[in-house]
Design a protein around this ligand. Structure first.
Ligand SMILES: [Fe+2]
Ligand SMILES: [Fe+2]
Length: 291
């Protein structure tokens, strides 16, 4: 899609013209570099689709050859994970920096949901509706975290950030089963493990608003991982694969990060991991065995 075509799709989206296509519009929103309008367009996309003013074409193939994905603002500067400054909770800047890293994850989560929507054709309609819901919820999470960070006097872009989540999205552009295995049920599932301890750090400093936001995020993220599990298992059945060995193979082939505990087994169970998967996760320290 050329920049001209992109602008045209975006302006049609903004004008709310009938019969836009969901996946094409998701691609246009993904390419939008302006964070706030991306968030607003996404909320509108969800509403318009459910008001049947946007239709879904599951079979059309789109190309992002002319686009730089994801559309993102000039800041934050992207740096390797170890170069992201340590966040100390005893300073305002440290708390804001931790919120910033969460905002960046939510920004990329919004982008990854949009990418899952447009990139992979010929999945059931429910797949696209699931990812549309994820995208809307990620935009909501981004707004919650960003607004709270602003109450500390900082904005999205004020700190450097790392891009591990998006790198896994880029690594899995050629395979929907790899995407489902390694993005929602690996990277987002790590969020289920990490959020409770981050929430407790804010609890200790009596930042009740941050605690409330993290409770909302944890609740919704269980649903996102559940969606990842649903479509990963759907694809395993379709391709006659065992989920456990398919995951192991994909993790190796696509260089998934090593999984480290402690794991939030209760949240993972609610997110659809089977008892067998949870037992492997709990019992085995060998990396990359299971999500
Ligand atoms: Fe989120
Ligand atoms: Fe998520």
């Amino acid at each position: 899609m050329t920049q001209f075509a992109l602008r045209s799709v975006l302006s049609r989206a903004l004008a709310c013209v009938n019969m836009l296509e969901l996946r094409e519009t998701a691609l246009a929103i993904l390419a939008n570099r302006d964070v706030q309008s991306k968030v607003e367009q996404l909320a509108r996309l969800f509403d318009k689709y459910h008001q049947q003013e946007i239709h879904l074409d599951i079979s059309k193939e789109y190309s992002a050859d002319q686009l730089s994905l994801p559309g993102r603002p000039q800041n934050p500067e992207l740096v390797p994970p170890l170069q992201v400054p340590k966040r100390k909770m005893d300073t305002i800047e440290g708390r804001a920096s931790l919120l910033h890293s969460l905002a960046h994850i939510e920004f990329n989560a919004m982008n990854l949901a949009l990418d899952a929507l447009w990139r992979f054709p010929n999945m059931p309609a429910q797949y696209y509706e699931d990812w549309l819901r994820v995208a809307k919820e990620e935009a909501y999470h981004f707004n919650l975290v960003n607004q709270h960070m602003q109450s500390y006097g900082f904005s999205y872009g004020d700190f450097p950030a790392h891009n591990s989540l998006w790198e896994m999205v880029e690594r899995t552009t050629d395979s929907v089963i790899a995407r489902m295995a390694l993005v929602p049920r690996t990277m987002e599932a790590r969020g289920l493990d990490a959020v409770p301890s981050i929430r407790d750090r804010f609890k200790q400093i009596k930042d009740i608003k941050a605690v409330e936001i993290l409770e909302i995020i944890l609740h919704d993220e269980i649903g996102h991982v559940l969606i990842g599990n649903r479509w990963f298992n759907f694809l395993c059945v379709k391709e006659n694969l065992s989920p456990i060995s398919a995951y192991r193979d994909l993790a190796r082939r696509y260089r998934a990060p090593t999984l480290r505990g402690p794991f939030n087994l209760e949240a993972r169970q609610q997110a659809g991991f089977t008892q067998e998967e949870l037992q492997l996760l709990g019992a085995v320290h060998e990396p990359q065995l299971i999500a």
